[in-house]
Design a protein around this ligand. Structure first.
Ligand code: PAF
Length: 283
């Protein structure tokens, strides 16, 4: 599996593909790939002639006290996974290749990044939008694949692509879970055995919320309160947020009248985990 380090080389390879009229799928990642990423890659391989995966732990999307330095990295393992999955190459640049010495242009957005994860991670989505725009301009894919687990990120990227006229189709892929329901995440590796058991409280409490909605409860406060009660049964869990928001602008709703995103971030010990589900009124 070829690991490409420079923007110029990516452009050369993709340029050759373009000359032959080949379509390009792109899966941006921060590496330490798991089955969630593999499912994105699988969709990309099925839907495109060529597939590029980027592995870049983007410093710009981490706050000062976040886990940029300790974020898990294993490019050899990532490379094996990509090779098996039929990826054409990995783009794995150094930070200096992406952010030159005088770097000073950013992509920012109003409103959508303010709530949910943006509340406790105020600079996060500016970093995500900036790096994803750059990666889109470098790889120039036809389609790009993102997981529904980062629901706010997916909504923001779709908005950005539409607002800034990127000619790229954004494909959202379902959350992949462990057998006990925990959403797959590179950060799950931070959990010790006791925390790993406790972490199932995220999906379990979302299940409580879903059941209430399916049984006709439409008062968002009551649903959030039931989810909160379930999480509070777990002593290692500390809630960052639980919110029910509309699917377009991610604004909190009082009543469930249309499709909504039910999303949460919960600390298990020191590890911040996220999970969500979408309730479609037409389901
Ligand atoms: O979802 C991620 O892994 C990252 O936020 C992304 C999209 C690769 C940008 O760094």
């Amino acid at each position: 599996m070829k690991i490409v380090k420079t923007v110029n080389e990516v452009r050369e390879i993709v340029g050759e593909w373009r000359k032959h009229g080949l379509s390009v799928g792109f899966v941006p990642t921060m590496g330490y790939l798991h089955e969630g990423h593999e499912s994105l890659i699988k969709s990309a391989v099925t839907q495109n002639d060529k597939v590029v995966v980027s592995v870049f732990v983007n410093p710009m999307q981490f706050g000062e006290n976040e886990d940029f330095n300790s974020y898990p990295r294993d490019i050899e393992r990532d490379s094996e996974i990509c090779e098996k999955a039929g990826v054409d190459f990995i783009f794995n640049p150094e930070v200096s290749e992406i952010y030159g010495k005088h770097f000073s242009s950013f992509v920012n957005m109003n409103t959508l990044p303010d709530g949910l994860c943006g509340k406790s991670r105020p600079i996060h989505f500016k970093g995500v939008c900036t790096v994803v725009s750059k990666l889109f301009n470098i790889v120039c894919p036809d389609r790009a694949y993102f997981g529904q687990k980062d629901a706010q990120q997916l909504a923001i990227i779709k908005r950005m692509v539409s607002d800034l006229n990127f000619d790229i189709e954004i494909i959202g892929c379902p959350i992949i879970r462990e057998s006990d329901g925990l959403a797959k995440s590179s950060r799950n590796t931070y959990l010790n055995a006791e925390e790993r058991k406790a972490a199932v409280v995220l999906s379990r409490s979302l299940g409580v919320g879903r059941e209430l909605i399916e049984n006709g409860e439409n008062d968002a406060k009551k649903i959030i309160s039931a989810i909160r009660n379930e999480i509070e049964k777990e002593k290692l869990a500390k809630i960052d947020y639980i919110e029910i928001v509309d699917m377009n602008m991610l604004q909190p709703v009082n009543e469930i009248k249309e499709s909504v995103l039910v999303a949460m971030a919960v600390y298990i010990g020191k590890t911040r985990l996220i999970d969500n589900f979408i309730f479609n009124q037409i389901e």
